[in-house]
Design a protein around this ligand. Structure first.
Ligand code: HEM
Length: 295
C-alpha cells in the first residue's frame, strides 16, 4: 500500500497504525432475556461477541484473562486486572478448588469497582435498581459533545467531560439530600483510580493514541459492540502504559479548563505581542525613515 493509499484508509485515519489489521471479531449477538450485564461497556461487549460466556455468568479468571488479551491488553496486565476484578466482586466457586468466579451482574455492586461520576451512567441509588448499570443515552450525547470539529475526544476532552459529570453528580446528591434513600456523593481515591483507568481504556483500547472518535463511542457505549472498523492495538497495553495514561487522565482533570484557557490566553497574548512588535517595528522603521529624511 502506498503512503497515499494508506492516508485514505479510513480505519487508519481513525485508529492510526497501532492496530491488528487481520483481526476479525466473533459475531455480535444481543443478550437474551436471561443474560446478565454489567455497568462496564467493555465486559458487555466481550460477552456480546462471545469472548466471555454469552449469558454473562460464572466467568473464571482464565476466561477473563484470555478475553482481555484478545482486545490488546498484554498478558501480564490482563492477569492483574482479571485477578483483582474477580476477587473484588466475584465469589468462591463451589467445591474446594479455591477459585473465584464472577457474574457480570457482580460488577454492578456499588463500591468495589462501580463508582459515582461515570461518563455514561447515572450514579447508584438504592431506590433505582439499575440506573448505574445501563447507559443513559443523554449522557452519551453529552460525552460526544466534547468532541473536536473532526469528531475526536482526546485526554483533555475526556477530563473536561469527567469534571462536568462530577459537578452534575454532586449537584444531584445535594438536590436529593433529604430523600429517604439519600446517598452521599462519593468519589474517593480508589474510585478515581478506577474511573481514570477506564478513561485510559476508552482512549487507548477503543480509541488509539490518546483519542477516540464519536462513531466508536456510539458502537461501544450505544450498542456494546466492537465497531466494524475497530481492531485491537498491535502494541498490547502494558502495566506501565496503563499506569502512565491513568495518571495523565487524573492530572488533566485538574488543569483542563485553566489549561485550555491558558493556552488561549497565551496564544492571544503572543498574537498581540507579535502584532505589537511588528507595529512597533513598523513605527520604528517609519521613524528611522522619517529620521533619515530629517537628517
Ligand atoms: C479492556 C479492559 C476494559 C476496558 C477498556 C474497560 C472500559 C470501561 C469504561 C470505558 C468504563 C466507563 C463507563 C462510564 O464511565 O460510563 C468502564 C466501567 C466499568 N468497568 Fe470496565 N473496562 C475493562 C475491563 C473491566 C473489567 C475486567 C472489569 C471487571 C469487573 C470492569 C468493570 C467495570 C465496572 C464495574 C465499570 C463501572 C464503573 C462505573 O462507571 O461506575 N471493567 N469500563
Amino acid at each position: 500500500m502506498s503512503s497515499v493509499d494508506r492516508q485514505q484508509d479510513p480505519a487508519e485515519v481513525k485508529y492510526g497504525t497501532n492496530r491488528l489489521v487481520d483481526w476479525h471479531p466473533k459475531p455480535f449477538q444481543a443478550p437474551d432475556k436471561n443474560a446478565v450485564r454489567s455497568p462496564c461497556p467493555m465486559m458487555n461487549t466481550l460477552v456480546n461477541h462471545g469472548y466471555i460466556p454469552r449469558n454473562g455468568r460464572a466467568i473464571d479468571e482464565a476466561t477473563l484473562i484470555e478475553a482481555l488479551c484478545q482486545v490488546g491488553i498484554a498478558p501480564a496486565t490482563s492477569k492483574v486486572i482479571a485477578f483483582a476484578s474477580i476477587r473484588l466482586v466475584g465469589q468462591l466457586k463451589a467445591g474446594e478448588s479455591g477459585d473465584y468466579v464472577m457474574d457480570l451482574s457482580d460488577a454492578s455492586k456499588h463500591g468495589p469497582i462501580e463508582h459515582d461520576v461515570s461518563l455514561s451512567r447515572d450514579d447508584y441509588r438504592p431506590d433505582h435498581a439499575d440506573r448505574h448499570i445501563h447507559l443513559n443515552p443523554s449522557l452519551l450525547r453529552q460525552l460526544k459533545s466534547f468532541a473536536d470539529t473532526n469528531g475526536y475526544l482526546g485526554y483533555g476532552a475526556v477530563a473536561r467531560a469527567r469534571n462536568l459529570r462530577q459537578r452534575q453528580c454532586q449537584e444531584e446528591a445535594r438536590e436529593h439530600a433529604l430523600d429517604v434513600y439519600a446517598r452521599k456523593f462519593e468519589f474517593g481515591l480508589w474510585s478515581q483510580f478506577c474511573a481514570h483507568a477506564e478513561s485510559t481504556g476508552l482512549l487507548e483500547v477503543m480509541g488509539r493514541n490518546g483519542r477516540v472518535h464519536v462513531s466508536t463511542l456510539e458502537d461501544f457505549f450505544g450498542k456494546e459492540s466492537f465497531p466494524e472498523d475497530w481492531s485491537p492495538p498491535k502494541d498490547a497495553i502494558s502495566l506501565p502504559t496503563l499506569f502512565l495514561a491513568t495518571g495523565k487522565n487524573a492530572l488533566l482533570r485538574y488543569i483542563p479548563e485553566t489549561g485550555v484557557k491558558q493556552v488561549k490566553e497565551v496564544q492571544e497574548q503572543l498574537t498581540k505581542d507579535i502584532s505589537g512588535k511588528s507595529d512597533a517595528t513598523a513605527s520604528k522603521a517609519e521613524e528611522s525613515e522619517k529620521g533619515e529624511q530629517q537628517y
